[in-house]
Design a protein around this ligand. Structure first.
Ligand code: DX5
Ligand code: ZN
Length: 225
């Protein structure tokens, strides 16, 4: 049985008080902080960059001071220059979409050379084929269950088959690779994603849209069993 991780996306937090929102959601039981970077080019929306990540880094810690991982999801093209800036800004994991980089292997190596874990992200209609060549180089696979760009969209059911396919590839690799799902996750469908093989769950609107973040996360953990 995997160690499940819940990664609240601060895309749906109150941007006027991001530090407090990060502390609040960690108090409520978040395992990771998911940080959605959008550039109005790769996706039709614009969010925040490395300066905001750096400002939030001191807020992303447990009461005893233990840092909580910042999980940076880059929805940007090109990838490499900003990925390096996010590493310097305190990111722990940096994931990018392979179709946004001209040199996927190089981008992965550059992220790891900065001391971060590296992940690849797959859009709902994107093939997993690139994993044939780089699965031994990555730490995380992120399956999009919505089209990237906005929070609050409905889960796309075909993502479950893609999670299963990614799980088979991870198991065949024999490597310790996190399998994360992002988009439309809530207490009512998180178990389906886990049964398909996901072990890490991004949720934005289902947590930050709730009156009680602790209850929202607890409901997800209860559904995971
Ligand atoms: C979408 C982002 C997601 C988004 C998830 O482009 O990558 O992380 O914030 O939000 P919900 O959970 O509301 O679908
Ligand atoms: Zn995301």
């Amino acid at each position: 049985r995997p160690t499940y991780r819940i990664a609240p996306s601060i895309l749906s937090a109150d941007f006027a008080q991001l530090g407090a929102e990060v502390r609040h959601v960690i108090d409520a039981g978040a395992d990771w902080i998911h940080f959605d970077v959008m550039d109005n080019h790769y996706v039709p929306n614009l969010t925040f960059g490395p300066m905001i990540c750096k400002a939030l880094r001191p807020h992303a810690r447990l009461a005893d001071g233990t840092p909580v991982p910042i999980d940076v999801h880059l929805m940007i093209a090109p990838v490499d220059a900003l990925a390096a800036e996010f590493a310097d800004a305190g990111a722990d994991l940096i994931s990018f979409h392979p179709d946004a980089s001209g040199h996927v292997h190089r981008s992965i190596q550059a992220i790891k050379a900065k001391g971060c874990q590296a992940g690849l992200v797959f859009n709902p209609a994107a093939p997993l084929d690139v994993l044939d060549w780089v699965i031994d180089d990555i730490d995380l696979i992120l399956i999009m269950s919505v089209n990237p760009g906005f929070g609050g969209q409905a889960f796309i059911d075909s993502a479950l088959r893609k999670i299963e396919a990614a799980r088979r590839r991870i198991d065949a690799s024999g490597r310790d690779i996190r399998l994360e799902v992002d988009g439309g996750i809530k207490a009512g469908n998180i178990r389906l994603a886990a049964d398909a093989g996901a072990d890490t769950f991004v949720a934005g609107s289902a947590i930050f849209g709730a009156a009680d973040y602790h209850a929202a996360i607890a409901q997800m953990r209860a559904a995971l069993g």
